[in-house]
Each structure stands twice: as C-alpha cells, then as structure tokens.
Design a protein around this ligand. Structure first.
Ligand code: THU
Length: 182
C-alpha cells in the first residue's frame, strides 16, 4: 500500500479519520489513508454525506431527492443536491451541483463521488448528462451508486460512460481545420 503526502507530513496507511473543516460551506475533510482504494469506512462516510446533502434537495416538481458527495484527491468533500426550477429544463442534478462547487473552489482532481436517492430497491444511477459532466474530469475515478440503507455499487466513470468523448478529443487531428474567422 502506498501512503499519501498531506502538506508537509507523510500519512501512513490503515488509519482513516474525518474532521469537519468548514461546516457552513459544507467543505469537509475525509482523510483516507489506505492508498489507492477507499477504505470501507471512508465509503460509508462519503455515502452518509451524500445522504445529508439529499436532505437539502429542492425538488417540488419531481419530488425525487438526490444527494451527492464528491471526494477530491486531497481529501476534501463537496456535497450537492438537486435544485429544480419552475422552468423545468433549468433543474440541476445533485452530481453536477457538487462538481461545480468543487471546480469553482479550485478543485478538479477527484477520487470518488457517492450518490444517493430515496429509491429503496435501486442503486441510483447518474443521468447521462452527469456521466458526461464527470467524464470531463477524467475517466478513471469511482462512482458509488447507493441505496438509502447504505448499500452501494461501485463503478468507474469509464464503466458508466464507455467510449466517451472528452477534452482530449478536441485537440485530435482533423481532416479539416476551420479557420478562426469562420
Ligand atoms: N437527478 C439527479 O439529481 N441526479 C441524477 O443523476 C438523476 C436525476 C434529479 C434531477 C431531477 O431533479 C430529479 O432527480 C428527477 O429527475
């Protein structure tokens, strides 16, 4: 197992802690010291945070609550819920909300996202738009699709959106280059 370097000290594997850093802004720390894969304890905490985020869901139209908790590479957690609108098509998904919060605070490297809903018998599955939104930040990170009882299914972004289109595709060689003034 590998150890992570956190600012100026090296953290050893097999101890996991969570400390709330900024409660109001819902920015927290989950320090997972296990190396590449998240420990069961960290997954549980991330899912619990997605369940907390779900409580803020604003979904008067669908009445379908969704919560997400996004873990950055440097152990920060950004949460999000769905936010609907009377102009239906402006509604925002929980995953995109959490990702946008992280990106707008300067975090673009993600380790995992946990998603939860009120569906008792199904693992909540991210919509296609959210899969593409996740993929923007790389294909190789984990998505925990969970149920309210805390059980989950782990998939990578790449598994959820295979043969995807991403930022790299924009700079691949083309048969025709449209001039700037076009
Ligand atoms: N929703 C999410 O927040 N995430 C998903 O991945 C699936 C759908 C929201 C959008 C809308 O507010 C409600 O669930 C019903 O579609």
């Amino acid at each position: 197992m590998q150890s992570f370097s956190d600012s100026n000290r090296t953290l050893q594997p097999s101890r996991a802690t969570m400390d709330k850093v900024k409660f109001g802004a819902e920015v927290m720390h989950i320090k997972d010291l296990s190396g590449g894969q998240l420990t069961q304890d960290t997954v549980k905490k991330l899912i619990l945070q997605s369940q907390e985020a779900k409580k803020q869901a604003y979904c008067p139209y669908s009445k379908f609550r969704v919560g997400a908790a996004l873990l950055t590479l440097d152990h920060r957690v950004f949460t999000g819920c769905n936010v609907e609108n009377a102009c239906y098509n402006l509604g925002l998904c929980a995953e995109r909300n959490a990702i946008s919060k992280a990106v707008s605070e300067g975090y673009r490297a993600f380790k995992a996202i946990a998603i939860t809903s009120d569906l008792s018998d199904h693992f909540i599955s991210p919509c296609g738009g959210c899969r593409q939104f996740m993929r923007e930040f790389g294909p190789n990170w984990d998505v925990y699709l969970s149920k309210p009882d805390g059980s989950y299914l782990k998939m990578t972004v790449d598994e959820l959106l295979p043969v995807s289109f991403g930022p790299e595709d924009l700079s691949m060689s083309k048969v025709f280059n449209i001039p700037n003034e076009f």
